[in-house]
Design a protein around this ligand. Sequence first.
Ligand SMILES: [Zn+2]
Length: 413
Amino acid sequence: MDVCEFLKSSYTAYHAAEHAAAMCDKAGFVRLREQDIWRLEGGKGYYVVRGGSIVAFRYAKGGKFRIVASHTDSPCLKLKENAACFDGTHCRLNAEGYGGGLWYTFFDRPLALAGRVIREKGDALTAELFTSDFRIVLPSLAIHQNREANEKFAVNLQTELALAALNETSVSDMVGPYSAYDLFLVPAEEPFSSGANGEFLTSPRLDDLLGVYTSVASLLAAEPSSDTLVAACFEAEEIGSGTQSGAGSDLLRNILSRISNAQKRSLEEELAAYSSSLVFSLDNAHAVHPNHPEKSDPTNRVVLGGGVVLKAHAGGAYTTDGWTSAIARKIFSGAGVKVQTFYNRSDAKSGSTLGAISMRAVSIPSVDLGIAQLAMHSAVETAAWSDIKELERALAAFYQAEIEVAGNEIIVK
Ligand SMILES: [Zn+2]
């Protein structure tokens, strides 16, 4: 599966996790279930899926971990129960915002209904992926009926409902076979190259499916290492990471502990190993917008095509510090990877990402890394193809690197 196929078909976190799992299956990785007793073999690859999260790893005998973390979810609209809103003529879908979408961009474009449905068969409940084979549109109000639309357009998600059908039964038929669901209205456009030379990739969900795809693909391509290499892709980043499968949960910590247990390491050895492990927390960064350059920091100008981005923040919204920045830069310079730095303007509120939250669950030295993009949280976002290649090289270098903590020094090879 290439990156465009992954972006196109990974409508929701559940889809992204299962598509990443399929990539792992193809590479011979073995699926583990959390409720089973694990018997891990050195050199083999494994993965665990919890909800819309997936953690894949190449198991090694050494105690340290090199982890790339990313998120599988993107802003969209989540269907409520009793979603059919029928006025006698039109049936619309009652939904609420999932994450901080740039909602005006969701109007008048193809949306799919996708997610996870729960089916009841006798005593058994089973979950399966759902993707509608039809498209749904959220129609805007004509300019003639909203003369101020070009000056001010506020979106009220309780008023602005997607148009699903000319009858009520189509909607009840659609969700009727299921005992419950987690269904979302998501942008359904296909990824495409834009720019005169095709230099940009424009697609729904670049944030953060580029991170998910490149981290899993890099893990699968990585050479065996003495450290256990991990790609951890979490759902729920857009809603604060506080769910049972989010970056704030015990998912990653449990898996790392179970790996240490399989290595027959004591708790003492496990905790020592965390301090000499490293996390790359992967999420996209705002490029300088050519129409609004004043919105970016004056001296840290992140541009499309400028290479990978290290993100830092005095308030800790990003995990990068002096030490981890220096380690990452040393890894990248050895591989010839171009690096730029992102800071918010000091008078702007910072977005945050999963790295800082996963730190609370398992505290490993970490760097916030990504590539530059425009239109974050729009229905379609834009990045540069050359940066995606640069990120692939950066992750390959990270998984190949050797990092040793020796007294007061950190050795990076
Ligand atoms: Zn993100």
